[in-house]
Write a protein that binds this ligand. Structure first.
Ligand SMILES: [Zn+2]
Ligand SMILES: [Zn+2]
Length: 233
């Protein structure tokens, strides 16, 4: 499940205040600097392949892609705003603690400032819910246009009840798709694509993620080219 927000100020409903920094609102000029920040326990073995797929999807849109590892939620922050819910997507009988997306945005915005990233994407193993719509639980990812950041959760990309789906390569491919999908929202400034095979299609479960490709469709590629033209590169 993925949620897209266009120019929506989610701070109204936030339990956490996002830091307001001048650089946060600056208009992005492409090519730009992308930062991928792992928050929690995320395998870093796939990062090189992720870089490859990002280059494939967005070509020369990033002059640099930097990975920041080992960022953990501060123990004081962990409990803040958490929701305890049953995970209906993988039929788990146990309740799990879900983290609000704005908690990650706060960390990512900080890292963006620290490392001078134009776009920041967080990768976490923790389950997440949308802080702008608390009914959206166990999201695969969410993008925030205003803050030019996104979060992808690997939690529900692992199908616990289907051993066939447990293969690492399959899980990694889902992660690549979801990261590309969220960055697609940020760069193209658009919603979901209706093309069944486009990576920008909305996926409500992992089966739908598996059935879509890792690529942008021709229509979405055209949008990407328009952004390129506007930025003269
Ligand atoms: Zn989406
Ligand atoms: Zn498309």
């Amino acid at each position: 499940m993925s949620k897209f927000q266009i120019g929506k100020d989610i701070s109204n409903k936030q339990t956490l205040a996002l830091p307001i920094r001048q650089s946060t609102y600056r208009q992005i000029i492409f090519p730009c600097h992308l930062g991928i920040i792992s928050i929690g326990n995320v395998s870093t073995s796939m990062l090189n392949k992720l870089r490859f797929h990002l280059d494939q999807a967005f070509d020369s849109f990033f002059f640099d892609i930097q990975f920041i590892e080992d960022t953990n939620l501060h123990p004081d922050m962990f409990e803040l705003g958490v929701k305890e819910e049953y995970n209906l997507l993988n039929k788990s009988s146990e309740k799990v603690l879900l983290q609000p997306t704005n908690k990650f945005y706060e960390i990512i915005v900080d890292k963006k400032f620290e490392y001078n990233f134009d776009i920041g994407v967080g990768l976490t193993n923790l389950p997440i819910y949308s802080s702008s719509n608390e009914n959206l639980l166990f999201l695969f990812g969410e993008a925030h246009i205003k803050y030019m950041c996104a979060i992808v959760s690997t939690h529900n990309l692992i199908d616990l009840f289907n051993p066939e789906n447990h293969k690492l390569k399959k899980i990694e491919r889902r992660i690549y798709k979801e990261v590309i999908h969220e960055i697609g929202h940020l760069i193209l400034d658009c919603g979901h694509c209706l093309n069944d095979y486009c990576v920008m299609r909305f996926s409500k479960n992992i089966k739908e993620i598996d059935s879509k490709s890792i690529y942008l469709c021709e229509k979405c590629k055209l949008k990407l080219e328009k952004v390129r033209e506007r930025n003269n590169f």
